[in-house]
Design a binder for this molecule. Sequence first.
Ligand code: KG4
Ligand code: ZN
Length: 342
Amino acid sequence: MKILAIETSCDETAIALVEANGGLMAPKFKIFKSVVTSQIKIHRPFGGVVPNLAKREHLKNLPILLRRIENKEFRIEECDLIAVTVGPGLEPALWAGITFAQELAKRYKKPLLGVSHLEGHLYSFLLPRKRMKNEGYRVKDLFPAVALIVSGGHTILLKVENLAKWKKLGETRDDAVGEAFDKVARLLKLPYPGGPEIEKLSKKGNPTAVNFPRPMIYEKNYDFSFSGLKTSVLYYVRDNKKTKNEDVAASFQQAAVEVLTRKTMRAAKEFKVKSVLLSGGVATNQALRKNLERATRTEEIIFLAAERKYNTDNAVMIAAAGYMDFLRKKKYPLKANGNLGI
Ligand code: KG4
Ligand code: ZN
């Protein structure tokens, strides 16, 4: 089936056209077209995303992106389903996507499904990757699994039984890890969003220069906490003006990556999983990917993450989640829900 997907939960406006088939046992996706426009420049002067500005930009960008999706080979008439993110996220921003999707569905008489942004991230490991040709895993080879979702708003560890059933093992008690990257970047006078900037700066720094705390790393639960780590960086920078910013960045990144890796691997071993699934904006971080790759290899556990461009917000993952919801007969109300859980 052909799915047209729309994502506007935060500061990226995204539309994708994806063909899905294979059912719950072997879902496969072919990406026809994926367009994303980022509003980073507009929000940058404010140091974070301004919800009403985001909404205005989404409303302006959506028709432009739709025209870029439509071409000689594709007309909206041909799609079988429209999927739109209904939460979690910024409610004004979400409403922009929902109302746009509702108008399209009405005009072209297409079924419309509300989709969870977090399930979009979760399912992103199913998207085609360049390396996939020789991976050849069947879905049933992968479960049980643990999934780590790390983004600007969330840090969640799930135990995943199969493509339709999972349980939350833990989550952050305060800041999300992406938020910590953004806040530390601001301390170091780097622009928003901070994650990619910290990663870039860290490449020039020494990750063992400063021994920042690894919050909750040995606690026998699957929760996280990143606000104390951020505060340690704040005090350290205030009191140690001579330490190079690249060393602070690399040491902070190392602390965050170690906590995420250690806790994920503890869950992986406890539940004897076959795979670890990594997703969300912070999953583009190469230090985190490498660490998890190394740790899973030692334990002979499969490690899967989407290509980097499908970890930050995009509509391809929303199409994937839309297909899974369609198969699972799961329907989220077509209403913005800023706090929609997983
Ligand atoms: O999933 P996402 O695009 O949006 C949300 O759903 O939140 O994640 C955005 C978050 C931001 O906090 C951003 O700083 C972080 O992901 N991020 C990174 C990297 N790229 C994006 N964090 C660490 N390293 C990166 N390379
Ligand atoms: Zn996201």
